[in-house]
Ligand binder design. Structure first.
Ligand SMILES: Nc1ncnc2c1ncn2[C@@H]1O[C@H](COP(=O)(O)OP(=O)(O)OP(=O)(O)O)[C@@H](O)[C@H]1O
Length: 288
């Protein structure tokens, strides 16, 4: 198979099972969203996929070949994470140069252009940059390395709204100029909902969603109105949660609605990705 296969990955820390037999595939040239609550194991999974952390069980294959200790395969992947791996005194421009030596296809012209757009001073020392600008430098590198698989772990950490907006635009531009696969792990679901083509959700060690964004949202509904009528309407449907305000209720349904008659005082709207995520990962508790 072309792409990455994640096969039955299990990871424990002490007695705690963080990832429990996770399996999915990443196709070439697609933007994935990797979602999960705090501590769900997203960073651990990305670290395993890039051979920075070893799994207790399972295997990662790129184009059919195991990536473990395989520099050639690992050279096709880049992980941008919160961890700062650079020497304290290093300047941004030096870090760009080192990265270019490590990754053949590094696009220095793009990196310098992006630095200008984001107002990043390439003569500054990395350790003296603000939190947001450290992220910006790492993002610029991630967009400029031009490898086949790019993993972005919390890519907008510390970025203000304008910089986040600029980053999403530059990501789309870079993706259309040079299609490759991105996996974006983030908590800002609504901001990336338009970008991601495929959604992966990890919850309690398991992969609970692995589907195209469009297909997921096609079957995600918010049924709202008078409580009694809402309850009556959703009876027998796959209700994943609900919210209540006085006598009004909103029930969240994930799955097909049949041809049942919609009562007058009930309205049906599409659920957004963030609402769906919250309801799927709140441990079965209603939000009432
Ligand atoms: N080196 C480690 N030793 C022990 N436990 C660890 C280690 N690294 C991660 N963990 C634990 O594994 C779990 C998953 O952590 P991870 O950072 O992968 O989650 P995450 O989904 O990225 O979370 P967040 O969204 O909060 O960043 C957490 O309970 C964390 O405490």
């Amino acid at each position: 198979m072309k792409g990455i296969e994640v096969k039955q990955i299990t990871k424990r820390y002490g007695k705690k099972v963080i990832l429990n037999g996770i399996g999915f595939e990443l196709e070439p040239n697609k933007i994935y969203g990797l979602l999960g609550r705090n501590g769900a194991g997203k960073s651990t999974l990305l670290n395993i996929m890039t051979d920075r952390v070893s799994a207790d069980d399972g295997e990662i294959r790129l184009d059919g070949v195991d990536i473990q200790d395989n520099d050639q395969q690992l050279g096709n992947m880049y992980l941008m994470s919160e961890v700062d791996l650079y020497p304290k005194a290093a300047k941004v421009s030096q870090i760009f140069k080192w990265t270019a030596q490590l990754y053949n296809g590094f696009d220095m012209e793009l990196a310098m252009k992006l630095a200008q757009k984001f107002d990043l001073d390439v003569k500054a020392q990395f350790s003296k940059l603000s939190t947001g600008y450290r992220t910006i430098m790492k993002l610029i590198i991630a967009l400029s390395v031009q490898v086949e698989f790019i993993f972005l772990d919390e890519p907008v950490l510390g970025l203000d709204a304008n910089h986040r907006d600029l980053f999403y635009k530059e990501l789309v531009q870079s993706y259309s100029d040079n299609p490759r696969t991105f996996v974006i792990s983030t908590h800002l679901i609504e901001e990336v909902a338009q970008l991601i083509e495929h959604v992966l959700v990890i919850d309690q060690g398991r992969l609970i969603i692995d589907d195209e964004t469009e297909d997921i949202l096609k079957n995600a509904y918010m049924i709202s109105g008078a409580e009694e009528e809402v309850d009556q309407y959703v009876d027998g449907l796959n209700v994943i949660g609900s919210d209540k305000l006085a006598s009004l209720k909103a029930s969240y349904v994930f799955g097909e609605l049949d041809n049942r008659v919609i009562p007058d005082r009930v309205s049906i709207d599409k659920m957004d990705l963030q609402t769906l995520f919250i309801n799927l990962t709140n441990g079965g508790q209603n939000n009432e």
